[in-house]
Write a protein that binds this ligand. Structure first.
Ligand code: URP
Ligand code: ZN
Ligand code: ZN
Length: 466
């Protein structure tokens, strides 16, 4: 195969540190040069005129659930439709949270299964977070090989759901993952409090969608966040990553830990920044059923503050898409039979760009930081990804800040039958996505290929490099 080169001219390059008027040359999938004027390039180089556009590192979504079996249903996006949708929204890499495997399975089991799911389907690069569904000597032993042989340097544990860990298990996991240079991610919710509230509500016949949120109030989440922060401290200051943060009280605990120089990082999602729990009162409230649930409106502003002041490090999606008509609709009457989760992988970048950058809340540099740079740093991808440096993968998104788009599911590329953001108007849209030097999406059209995405072997976690 011959060499392929592309030169991007006239754009405003943005990374997490600065904006500049520079040209960017791509050769064979890598960034070959970034300079004011590039004159040395192959004769057959394709030129992309990025006048009026921002040229940014492609988005990295570190929280998806493609092809996940949650017991009562399987999500509708596999690694083809999920990554296709991601690519059309300006995302060039995802890290998927693998679902639970058979009871008692070892740590490698789900990795093998998920590599099989993704291999011939993913259109952009991918990796997985390890999943810890129980703790025993074998799991403890195998954590080292997962990080250093398999390139899986983050693991998620759950404090609720079927395979929750108790405090002993969580502490053991934190200790060992710290030793083997891995980042512990946690789904923090107090399982006992939720179980009690849930059973009381169900017994009283209070099962419509809004009771899902009432069964897991924000204190359940905040308590579990505070507990995990303290357990991480006890585990010799193990690095800790809080996923899908939804409320201000939890954020206060994270902020305090950061003020105390603890190795704690956090992620929120567009739904917690933009949507509130009033939606559960609509007749289609089941569309928004997920855990943690949407919160009262006052929480949204607190989370934006967290993004702005750096207490929140990343914005991912928790994309876990089900069909409303076939899989979620029953949740309108009975939240307990509704699969949890929503689509969002395609709308993350445009929503954040519009509500963050265009509304003046954050700078374009901050946008890059939370959507690409910090995810790359935390999850062992930097400098391969998350930046526009010579030698890095040519994973790039071109944003047109002038384009106004009414979001409609009709124009998205996932396999669900709705978007939680139907009719939202956004200012700015990703008009081109480049993955390893190939244009995979342009002006709303998908141009990529199933199987072109590569599994990325991630570096061990090193807090001195964040
Ligand atoms: O409701 C949600 N968020 N479903 C996906 C699984 C999880 O908890 O992240
Ligand atoms: Zn979760
Ligand atoms: Zn999730």
């Amino acid at each position: 195969m011959g060499s392929k080169s592309t030169l991007i001219i006239n754009g405003t390059l943005v990374d997490a540190q600065k904006q500049s008027q520079q040209q960017l040359l791509i050769i064979d999938g890598k960034i070959a040069a970034v300079d004011k004027v590039i004159t040395d390039y192959p004769v057959d180089t394709e030129v992309i005129d990025a006048s009026g556009l921002y040229v940014m590192p492609g988005g990295i979504d570190v929280h998806t659930h493609f092809n996940i079996d949650v017991g009562i249903a399987r999500s509708v996006d596999d690694f083809y439709t999920g990554t296709r949708s991601a690519a059309c929204g300006g995302t060039t890499m995802i890290i998927d949270h693998m679902g639970f495997g058979p009871k008692g399975c070892d740590l490698f089991h789900q990795l093998k299964v998920y590599k099989g799911f993704a291999k011939d389907k993913a259109v952009i690069d991918y990796s997985f977070h390890g999943v810890i569904q129980h703790i025993n000597d074998e799991v403890i032993e195998d954590m080292h090989a997962m990080v250093h042989r398999e390139g899986i340097s983050s693991f998620k544990l759950y404090l609720t759901y079927n395979y929750k860990l108790d405090d002993t298990g969580a502490l053991q996991a934190l200790n060992r993952l710290n030793q083997v240079q891995a980042l512990t991610a946690v789904h923090p919710e107090n399982d006992a409090a939720i179980a009690l509230k849930r059973s009381q509500l169900i017994k009283a016949g209070k099962t419509s969608a809004k009771y899902h949120a009432i069964s897991r109030p924000l204190e359940c989440e905040a308590e579990a966040i505070a507990r995990m922060i303290n357990l991480a401290k006890l585990a010799d200051d193990a690095p800790l990553y809080i996923v899908h943060l939804s409320n201000g009280l939890g954020l206060d605990y994270i902020r305090l830990a950061k003020q105390n120089q603890q190795a704690v990082w956090s992620e929120t999602c567009p739904q917690y920044l933009l949507l509130d729990d009033k939606l559960y009162e609509n007749e289609d409230g089941a569309k928004y059923l997920m855990s943690p649930p949407l919160r009262p409106k006052a929480e949204l502003e607190k989370l934006w503050q967290g993004v702005e002041d750096g207490s929140i490090d990343t914005v991912a999606t928790d994309h876990c898409a089900f069909s409303y008509k076939e899989q979620k609709v029953s949740g309108n009457d009975d939240f307990s039979v509704c699969p949890n989760g929503m689509p969002g992988v395609e709308t993350r970048m445009p929503l954040l760009f519009s509500e963050g950058v265009m509304s003046g809340r954050i700078t374009p540099e901050k946008f890059v930081e939370i959507t690409s740079f910090k995810p790359a740093k935390l999850f062992g991808l930097y400098p391969q990804k998350g930046c526009l440096l010579p030698g890095s993968d040519a994973d790039i998104v071109l944003f047109n800040p002038e384009l106004k788009v009414h979001i409609s599911h009709e124009n998205l590329h996932d396999n669900s039958d709705y978007t939680p953001y139907e009719s939202h108007q956004v200012n700015g849209w990703p008009v081109m996505t480049i993955s390893r030097g190939e244009v995979v999406a342009c002006n709303g059209e998908f141009l990529g290929k199933a199987g072109a995405g590569q599994f990325v072997h991630r570096l061990p976690f090193d807090k001195n490099k964040i």
